[in-house]
Design a protein around this ligand. Sequence first.
Ligand SMILES: Nc1nc2c(ncn2[C@@H]2O[C@H](COP(=O)(O)OP(=O)(O)O)[C@@H](O)[C@H]2O)c(=O)[nH]1
Ligand SMILES: [Mg+2]
Length: 342
Amino acid sequence: MGLFDKLKKVFSKQEEIKEKIEEKKTSVTEEEEKEINETVKYVDGLSKSRDNFVNKLSILGIKYTKISDDFYDELEEILITADIGVNTVMDFVDRLKRRVKEEHIEDFEYLKEVIVDELFMIYVDGDILSSKLNIVDGKTNVVLFVGVNGVGKTTSIAKIAYNLKKDGKKIMLIAGDTFRAGAVNQLKEWASRINVDFYGDDRTDPSAVIYDGLNKAKSENYDVVLIDTAGRLQNKVNLMKELEKMNRVINEIIEGEPCETLLVIDATTGQNGISQAKSFKEITNITGIVLTKLDGTAKGGIVLAIKELVDIPVKFVGLGEKETDLIPFDIEKYIYGLFKEF
Ligand SMILES: Nc1nc2c(ncn2[C@@H]2O[C@H](COP(=O)(O)OP(=O)(O)O)[C@@H](O)[C@H]2O)c(=O)[nH]1
Ligand SMILES: [Mg+2]
């Protein structure tokens, strides 16, 4: 049995359980319910991508009775338009051709299995996959958020804070986006909505705000501090200097911090998002990516392109606008959500 078959077995079972829970025909532990809800979020959030992608692939299976060069060309095109990077697609098709030849594959149903297996392999590719934040108990951890305007930084901070708060952590949000009008208030409103603490004022130097906020957080033993920033990528040199200064201030107050610098990118911007990621990678040390608005795109393949072109782990994905709609990235659930009807 192929890997995809296994995923289908596990996750479709979870979807069945979800229905039973809703009909109050069964009950599960809190932990199990969390896991099941995440699967359902992937399935719902990736529906646009799935419709687009899987439909095209299925049509391909009807159109070609034989696996020919034309078949491979069309397959390549479908994958590239799904925002999977060009080189990844080329490698993938090469691997597929090799397997088709070696295993004498003629049956499209079986080929489907192989396609999904191989896409999965691209992502995994011997890497250790961890979507966990690098947070240590017993100290104040600092997570810095960067990314251009409108990608979903502030919303993602609120969502992550909401999850950490549920895990019993003492959380502070610091408003380091002193550039955009309304940014400070937006973060403040989120803080009160999800019931965590907030630090921010009307000064224009983000490092000054961070300095005071972080000193307070340290002396009052906060577990995690999440810092919002403004990402004006138009002026790379200035942005680099500003981020350097913030990092220096943070490290002066708490040695070794920030423990994470998360880059937020918007999945609906496709290749543009990828080039933002490359630019940010050049100017500061990014430890993980938050990929937002996956629910709003039909090109969910972007996760695979990030892997190929940027090689920074996707740690969270945004699949909606509510505080419960940001979940740890899980390649198996992602693949299932993308292909379940394939
Ligand atoms: N559908 C959807 N919308 C999102 C997601 N993440 C953020 N948004 C929306 O994107 C818009 C910009 O978000 P914001 O956090 O203000 O971006 P920022 O400028 O980077 O701080 C808001 O309307 C959010 O509700 C997501 O995962 N899915
Ligand atoms: Mg913002």
